[in-house]
Design a protein around this ligand. Structure first.
Ligand SMILES: NC(=O)c1ccc[n+]([C@@H]2O[C@H](COP(=O)([O-])OP(=O)(O)OC[C@H]3O[C@@H](n4cnc5c(N)ncnc54)[C@H](OP(=O)(O)O)[C@@H]3O)[C@@H](O)[C@H]2O)c1
Length: 344
């Protein structure tokens, strides 16, 4: 077996906080020697890195739900990796784990603490790509946002924005499983066709088309009972105007503003929330950590039964991470965006 000290680790360390879009120049891409493992430590080789809109938030020093990544630190990032060496009986060599691995090829960890690593189950059909997305943090975000806050009812109308993305595509399918009329908002014909034809959404609104507001009106003849908000800005305002009495507004994300320092694009007039008794609730997926396992089991069962389909956009090579993150802001991904760092 190769000793950890013979391996080197390439990693992205934050050099400057981005202003607007992220560039490679915001990072130092460095190579370091891996230290000898101590008692209870494991060495994990990164296989997939999950690229998430929140990576952009963590790079900034705006008010947020976690401390921002500090200048000089390895960029924080979720991922899936393989335990290649272990001095910890809870983690066997050869097992796969998920958690915060960082934008790097290897991580030395004790697997516990503020960022525990979870050993992935081995189940037929359950691929690492699924665990990194549809049955991982992405699927769980869709699950808890919709069921805990949205509280779907059969026959109601659900609208989800960034609908062809990682979270949105699962939200819509969970809405269909719940017997809802599901309308997705996405950029471009290819994405809208995928939502309608493959994921069986009832309607898809192409917000890049000049008549998208009319499309939204036509797609929601009975108004909107749940808005699953991923985008903010003009799309959010148009949806908000069509919300029904006692409707629910699940505030999951506001991606249209993450590259801006000014959040004025995502302001809503509060009056309609009073008049129509709209429940607006924000959430962060870590709020539900105690219930993750139960929800992941349900998601996997629906996937195995063919009730939830998933797609991944996979970019090869850790060195591509900074530029690839911008795909999320340009709509360059369908489904979950992953960086493949090494082979399983
Ligand atoms: N609250 C939580 O705990 C939590 C957890 C995970 C994710 N989130 C949030 O959920 C949302 C989706 O995340 P994700 O990981 O699933 O990403 P994603 O949807 O896979 O990718 C982002 C998508 O957003 C759309 N988009 C980007 N900028 C836009 C703009 N200005 N206007 C309209 N659409 C835009 C793009 O699709 P188009 O081609 O359709 O434009 C893009 O593909 C984000 O807001 C994220 O912050 C929240």
């Amino acid at each position: 077996m190769t000793s950890s000290t013979q391996l080197s680790n390439r990693q992205f360390r934050l050099k400057t906080r981005p202003s607007g879009r992220v560039t490679k120049d915001n990072f130092d891409f460095v190579e370091e020697k891996i230290p000898e493992l101590q008692k209870d430590q494991i060495l994990v080789r990164t296989i997939y890195l999950s690229l998430d809109p929140t990576n952009r938030i963590w790079m900034s020093d705006m008010e947020q739900y976690l401390p921002p990544v500090q200048i000089g630190d390895v960029m924080r990032g979720l991922g899936i990796g393989k335990v290649v060496q272990s001095k910890n009986s809870k983690f066997k060599e050869g097992s796969y784990v998920s958690g915060v691995l960082g934008w790097q090829e290897y991580v030395v960890s004790e697997g516990r603490g503020a960022w525990p690593l979870t050993v992935l189950p081995k189940l037929p059909g359950l691929t690492l790509e699924i665990m990194a997305g549809a049955a991982g943090m992405t699927g769980l975000t869709a699950f808890f946002g919709l069921f805990e806050i949205g509280k779907p009812k059969e026959g109601e109308t659900l609208v989800v924005s960034a609908a062809a993305g990682a979270v949105g595509s699962i939200v819509g399918q969970l809405g269909k499983i719940s017997g809802m009329r599901v309308v997705g908002i996405a950029g471009g014909e290819e994405k809208c066709n995928w939502l309608r034809d493959e994921l069986k959404f009832d309607a898809a609104v192409d917000y890049k088309s000049p008549n998208w507001k009319q499309q939204l009106e036509d797609a929601t003849p009975d108004g909107i009972d749940i808005n699953f908000e991923n985008v903010g800005g003009e799309i959010m305002e148009a949806v908000y105007k069509r919300m029904n009495l006692h409707s629910r507004f699940v505030l999951c994300g506001l991606i249209s503003g993450y590259n801006d320092t000014d959040d004025s694009k995502s302001r809503l007039s509060i009056g309609p929330a009073l008049m129509k008794r709209i429940k607006i609730e924000g959430f962060i997926i870590t709020d539900y950590v105690q219930k993750f396992q139960e929800a992941a089991t349900k998601l996997i069962m629906w996937m195995v039964a063919g009730k939830i389909k998933h797609k991944e956009t996979i970019i090869e090579g850790l060195d591509k991470a900074p530029e690839a993150l911008n795909l999320l802001f340009d709509g360059g991904n369908i489904g979950k965006l992953l960086i493949k760092v090494s082979d399983p």
